[in-house]
Design a protein around this ligand. Structure first.
Ligand code: ATP
Length: 366
């Protein structure tokens, strides 16, 4: 096992800079997830660690060894891809054993290792089948098995669940988490799915346009996003963003005004008239409820016209227009209220979880 350290890694393809200023260190045994929208450079970073891509500049270490000039097959890493990449003419057992045979590991050890891996992934009864006789989920487990059997220092996983249907994806995600707890191998995992990132990671690295936006424990990044891109990327439905104008006492949102608690005013220290983007998560908006916190008075009410009402069992997802703006506010509210499309509704914002962003840069002001 080993830590993985990237120091100022950059990769250019002709005139395009795919990634730059990439610096982070995954400590030995941790599970880190690289997350971000399509094209942000996740796979390029992973492929650089694997040795399938060469960094234009910067240094990559696995353990204490500088890896820049070491070929992929000598890096002792195992990579699992989205499309499984199994050998179609080999059985499940042969696929799992392949990496060990290439290393000329003793036959008896190979047999034992294949059995152990197959047991841990519930593949014991499928060892004689060929990949095309397996479901997508089973094929992905074989691909994981092949990586595990090699007992590498580092696992690299590139969107390994994205070809699976929703249920299988949830199950396999849980299995992956258990496997990591069992094996404790340093893992770098790429996904654009924020649920996978939040549930699997010790730490997430949020990327956008080839650069790191924030690194932190999932809950920490969710609660304290550094900017608007991160705030809206993590969370489903995403954080609501409302253009507003800062006033002496609060924020003007379209035709309405909400009060701004003194402590936020003091921290913001903005001139009245300054445009801002207000952020509030759907779970921080309530109907007909008075919150206990002192920050929440009737001054945090916002009138909306309901456009969408989606009962989801445990909660109702509603979407409502904020008059005088183009904002369609998302809220997850209690199922105990009777709501209909067309209702004029007073929603209460929990000002304890209000975010304020600079509209031009997206930087978080509060
Ligand atoms: P996705 O989630 O869609 O797979 P990603 O975050 O993994 O995207 P990368 O595949 O790392 O993103 O690509 C980052 C950027 O580098 C993109 O703009 C992409 O077009 C570019 N890029 C990647 N590989 C190459 C290449 N071989 N030649 C030219 N440009 C490339």
């Amino acid at each position: 096992m080993a830590n993985v350290r990237l120091e100022d890694i950059k990769r250019r393809f002709n005139n395009v800079t795919a990634i730059e200023d990439i610096t982070f260190e995954v400590p030995d045994g941790e599970f880190w997830v690289l997350v971000g929208p399509s094209g942000c450079g996740k796979s390029t970073i992973l492929r650089t660690i694997a040795g399938l891509e060469t960094a234009t500049s910067g240094k990559l270490y696995i353990g204490d060894t500088l890896m820049n000039d070491i070929p992929a097959r000598q890096r002792d890493v195992a990579m699992v891809f989205q499309n499984y990449a199994l050998y179609p003419h080999m059985t499940v057992a042969e696929n799992i054993a392949f990496g060990l045979q290439m290393r000329q590991v003793d036959r008896k050890i190979i047999r034992e290792r294949v059995e152990t891996v197959a047991r841990s992934l519930s593949l014991e009864n499928l060892l004689d089948r060929k990949p095309k006789q397996l479901s997508g989920g089973q094929q992905q487990r074989v691909a994981l098995g092949r990586a595990i059997a090699r007992q590498p220092q580092v696992f690299l996983l590139d969107e390994p669940l994205s070809n699976l249907d929703a249920q299988l994806r949830d199950d396999t995600r849980a299995e992956l988490k258990q496997l990591h707890a069992q094996l404790g191998v340093t893992t770098v995992y790429v996904t654009h799915d924020q649920v996978e990132a939040m549930t699997l990671a010790d730490k997430i690295v949020v990327l956008n346009r080839g650069k790191i936006q924030q690194i932190g424990a999932p809950q920490e990044v969710y609660a304290h996003p550094a900017n608007q891109m991160i705030a809206t990327f993590l969370g489903n439905p995403p954080m609501n963003i409302m253009p507003a104008i800062y006033t002496n006492q609060g924020f003007q949102i379209g035709e309405q005004h909400i009060f701004c608690p003194t402590e936020i005013q003091q921290k913001l220290n903005l001139a009245p008239g300054k445009p801002v983007d207000l952020g509030i998560r759907p779970e921080c908006i309530y109907v007909n409820e008075l919150l206990s916190s002192q920050n929440n008075t009737r001054d945090s009410l916002l009138t909306t016209h309901l456009k969408v009402v989606e009962p989801l069992g445990r909660e109702i997802l509603i979407k409502g227009n904020v008059p005088g703006t183009s904002v369609l506010l998302n809220a997850q509210v209690s199922p105990n209220v009777n709501l209909r499309v067309g209702d004029r509704l007073s929603l209460q914002l929990d000002l304890d979880c209000l975010f304020v962003f600079e509209p031009t840069t997206g930087d978080r002001l509060y």
